[in-house]
Design a protein around this ligand. Structure first.
Ligand code: ATR
Length: 285
């Protein structure tokens, strides 16, 4: 990836611990180049607990902004001068833009998920949705779905965490156990299933022990897996073989990046062009 760096070029980056696996530099530099922006996007390891020092360093070094991944999304929030409502609701920021010495926090994970979901053409209002998992990614997905009027059931191995999450929007979200019986029962009525657990992710030991709940889904249902490595998890394969609409999480990853770039430049960009350039860089174009 060749980026034309000039004396005027503003810096962006992703911070995390660990962060070297991040696809954000590839995605963002592809978009920056496609849009002809005078920006460069770097990978910046920052040690756990040093988020506050990094904020000062980024401002002093003239960064236009940065993305944050584990473990910084929560600890940055109280350090922002302004936070968008969705990020505040999530209690987490993944995008910080720096203007006139001030920090503006946003969370583009939820909006990025919704943007990618549009390809299914689902009407989310009142849609019965089963979300698997209750971690940080699940929180962004659940709150985004709830905001669009979906009826979300959050199934988590640790039910207590699902209960905590559902307290954020109790009128739209219900906690449940993560058992095959429960999943089969819920699937009968579900229009959408979203996997936000790490089950099926490359490099982790865990796989779904039983995917029979997929067979219980109505024929018009869609299955979205936030995992994109591997490109097709066992959950997606089983769902595709059943003829259901399926998607991995690559589109969400790209869309959250497009929406972050809009925060960094302080206005709209050519979204479709940016999205296409990022997918091409990822080898998916
Ligand atoms: P992220 O930030 O990607 O959301 P996370 O906060 O670590 O990651 O959340 C991982 C999710 O995967 C959690 O919901 C976790 O369930 P617990 O809350 O019970 O830990 C879920 N998960 C991980 N391994 C699992 C397994 N073997 N079976 C079921 N759920 C699992």
């Amino acid at each position: 990836m060749i980026v034309d760096i000039k004396n005027t070029t503003r810096k962006l980056c992703v911070i995390g611990d660990p962060v070297l696996h991040s696809k954000s530099p590839l995605i963002q530099n592809a978009m920056i180049r496609a849009l002809g922006l005078d920006l460069v996007y770097l990978c910046q390891p920052v040690k756990r607990g040093e988020g506050a020092q990094w904020l000062t360093a980024a401002r002093v070094c003239g960064y236009a902004g940065f993305n944050a991944t584990m473990p910084f999304k929560e600890e940055l929030l109280p350090l922002m001068d302004e936070v968008e409502p969705f990020a505040r609701q999530c209690g987490a920021v993944n995008t910080v833009s720096i203007r006139d010495g001030k920090y503006y926090g946003a969370n583009t994970d939820g909006p990025g998920f919704l943007q990618d979901l549009e390809k299914f053409g689902l009407s989310l209002q009142g849609l019965h949705t089963v979300v698997l998992g209750a971690g940080g990614a699940s929180k962004a997905v659940c709150l985004a779905l709830a905001e669009k009027g979906a009826k979300v059931t959050v199934c988590n191995r640790t039910v207590k965490k699902a209960e905590e999450l559902c307290k954020l929007a109790p009128e739209s979200m219900t906690p449940e156990e993560f058992t095959i019986n429960k999943l089969c029962k819920l699937s009968g009525e579900a229009g959408l299933v979203v996997n936000c657990t790490s089950l099926g992710m490359a490099g982790t030991a865990g796989e779904f022990e039983d995917l029979s709940f997929v067979d219980a889904l109505p024929s018009g249902a869609a299955v979205y897996d936030l995992i994109y490595a591997p490109a097709e998890t066992a959950l997606l394969r089983r769902s595709r073989e059943r003829g259901l609409a399926v998607s991995n999480g690559l589109g969400m990853l790209v869309w959250q990046g497009v929406l972050a770039l809009e925060r960094f430049v302080g206005g709209p960009v050519d979204r479709e062009r940016a999205h296409a350039a990022a997918l091409e860089a990822l080898g998916e174009g």
